[in-house]
Design a protein around this ligand. Sequence first.
Ligand SMILES: [Zn+2]
Length: 478
Amino acid sequence: MSPSSLELATLGHRIRHERVAHGFTLDELGARVGVAGSQLSLIENGKREPKLSLLQAIAEVAGIEVTQLLSPEPPNHRAALEIELERAQAGSVFRQLGIAPVRITKGMSDDTIESILGLHRELQRREREAIATPEEARRANTELRLRMRERNNYLPEIERLAENQLKAAGHTSGALTHRTVSIMAEQLGFELIYVNDLPHSARSVTDLENGRIYLPPASIPGGHGLRSMALQAMAHRLLGHQRPADYADFLQQRLEINYFAACCLMPETSSVAFLQQAKKDRNLAVEDFRDAFGVTHEAAGMRMTNLLTQHLDIPLHFLRVDGSGAISRVYENDELPLPMDVTGAVEGQIACRRFLARSAFEEQNRTTEHYQYTDTPHGTFWCSTQTGTTSDGEFSITVGVPFDDAKWFRGREASKRVTSTCPDESCCRRAPAEVTRRWEGKAWPSARVHMQMFSPLPRGAFPGVDDSEVYAFLDRHA
Ligand SMILES: [Zn+2]
């Protein structure tokens, strides 16, 4: 309903109010102001716009000013209720439901309308809540990261759950094989099926009725290991996830399934034993941990954030940074100064140009880790960075620790040492004055449009996934 039609509805109610107050029928008032009763009815119902001359005639008969008829306020409580219900029923939230609107009649009590309006108000409230704005999403993400920081990024319940599942499937040590992942699925009553036509919006689809987990074929690039995806699908079942109530809940579930998959690929007992030995040897390295468990550098680095503080008493930071310098994944409990937006979100912010997470892109040799000491306003940090490339472009994975803990890591002898004074803009955000003078007003770059880091949670049956695609997919494979 456009604003003007809403105004017409109020105007109609005001005309009816005056007519009824003076005891006229539609035809009687119509005769006095020179229109048919049926025309007046359309005007009272907000379906037709009256001419100003007609409004003047009606106002004269009612003994009021035209401006009173044009007041935006409903004439009484009943009219206010009717207007609100008409508006709600005309809105897109209600119309999407495909339910026929209630026709308001004279005989309908105020209580009945109040009750229906209550349902509409709740429907609209839920709708607003479900559509998280990017800002709400960022806040929820930051809150989750801070909660996890308080727990050392460590979730003992999920660690135990994963170890029990692995044990039941007969896994003892070494890298987790596809075969073992299949056995784990079977024990949950699921078969893993690889298909070419998964819905675009889904990583996997679980058919609960027929006990199947559909996964993409192994040939799809993009970094998400198949084992990890299968484990994440199982985790939803094992952790008893229900449809998330809000965006925070959605993020929590996503964190938990990622956590479970990481625990299966790098089980706590064997991982901690491996890392403790490396610490003893003063030879800790993300690349060794990665290779021992057959996972990506990113997965190994992230897993270290779960275990290093809890078991080895080492605070640390983890950064995934893309070629443009934007931070796409982050964890920190060592006070490394990081850029932050007003909501406290670090994701999407640009990392300091002096950080190895960015300068490593300039290195020629990309096959091994690079090391660096960085002096910051919060002290000196040592870090190791590995760069890589996906179809989305280049990225770097960084794991670092405060100066005092560098002694446990390979690469502690690094001679490269730089100073970062970020967030002070003179650190790396501002070009030197002479360069600025040289080019000011003589350049016009065209901005690259960045993809939204956090898109709203769609309304369908499954968060983040188009449910019509999922149902069509399941139907094809049934
Ligand atoms: Zn900087």
